[in-house]
Design a protein around this ligand. Structure first.
Ligand SMILES: NC(=O)c1ccc[n+]([C@@H]2O[C@H](COP(=O)([O-])OP(=O)(O)OC[C@H]3O[C@@H](n4cnc5c(N)ncnc54)[C@H](OP(=O)(O)O)[C@@H]3O)[C@@H](O)[C@H]2O)c1
Length: 282
């Protein structure tokens, strides 16, 4: 099928990887259904994609919500008649030591990163089966294979995404449906701000390159896309050396805990500055 005829749903397209993938895909002018909760940010993606000549249907919605998931599927079918690719990208991290993690954060991570992804896949699969073809691309993380604190619950959700994808890949092959998993390392997006370490100056990798690689995946399914490339040998080596694995995991943890401390400090300073400014303005 030519790219212009493909209908592609991307969840979490109001920023970061989802927005960058939408822009990459827009180059081949498919029909894009883009989803996120923040309307203003989602519309920025929609306008950019439209300017590039792609047809776009923005849907403001929360993937955790059953009615919103139904709306995503029904509106996509109503507008374009078929669903060829689903990119389950919406997700978030929370950098917190497990012992300190509020229960609401645990709920949000599990409900968004894995429960919503499984349920949206469950809604879309029968449509793809009926079409005799389709492709589902799930966003996991290198933390699925190098699970690290202070990301215990996040790592667990992303490991679940990888295992779920591996399981259904075999099941749905006979319907002509492909399943790809993307496992990114740290990329420069809004992820750090949501996770709570974004104001520390912690630098991730350039997201546009990753977006290009995900866009290529649409027509060339791959079981696992691990990026940047050097995580492939790193993950492989850590399978055989427990000592190295511990070193890598504590290295990641030290970096993130340091970045989170700096962010907390910056935010406290910002709050204090705001308080002083308000007192002076009275
Ligand atoms: N950046 C990284 O370093 C990295 C590494 C590995 C994996 N990942 C994964 O890549 C995916 C994209 O993350 P990102 O880095 O691009 O972060 P981001 O810039 O924060 O983007 C996350 C996107 O998910 C959407 N989202 C979150 N909760 C949602 C919900 N309940 N309903 C609908 N949309 C929701 C957000 O939109 P709204 O807030 O507007 O709803 C936003 O568009 C995530 O699954 C993340 O776990 C990221």
């Amino acid at each position: 099928m030519k790219d212009e005829n493909l209908t592609i749903i991307i969840t979490g397209a109001s920023s970061g990887i989802g927005r960058a993938v939408a822009l990459e895909l827009a180059l081949s002018k498919p029909k894009l259904v883009i989803v996120a909760r923040r309307q203003k940010e989602l519309m920025k993606t929609a306008h950019a994609v439209k300017r590039m000549g792609a047809k776009v249907l923005p849907i403001v919605g929360d993937v955790r919500n059953r009615e919103d998931r139904e709306r995503i599927v029904n509106l996509s079918l109503k507008a374009f008649g078929h669903i060829d690719v689903l990119i389950n990208n919406a997700g978030l991290g929370k950098a917190n030591l497990f012992i300190d993690q509020p229960e609401e954060e645990i709920d949000e991570l599990i409900e968004t990163n894995i429960l919503a992804l499984i349920k949206l896949t469950h809604k879309v699969l029968p449509i793809m089966k009926k079409q005799g073809k389709g492709h589902i691309i799930n966003l996991s993380s290198t933390l699925a294979l190098l699970p690290s604190y202070p990301f215990a619950v996040y790592s667990a959700t992303k490991a679940a995404v990888k295992i779920f994808s591996d399981c259904i890949r075999e099941e749905v092959k006979e319907y002509g449906v492909e399943i790809s998993t993307v496992l990114p390392g740290p990329y420069e997006t809004n992820f750090g701000n949501v996770a709570g370490y974004g104001k520390s100056g912690f630098q991730g990798y350039e997201v546009l390159k990753l977006a290009g690689q995900i866009a290529k995946l649409v027509s060339n399914p791959k079981d696992d896309l691990i990026k940047p490339w050097f995580f492939v040998p790193l993950i492989w080596v850590t399978k055989f050396s427990k000592r190295l694995k511990r070193k890598v995991i504590s290295g990641i943890a030290d970096e993130i805990i340091k970045a989170k401390r700096e962010t907390d400090l910056t935010m406290k300073l910002e709050e204090k500055t705001q308080e002083v400014a308000e007192i002076l303005a009275r």
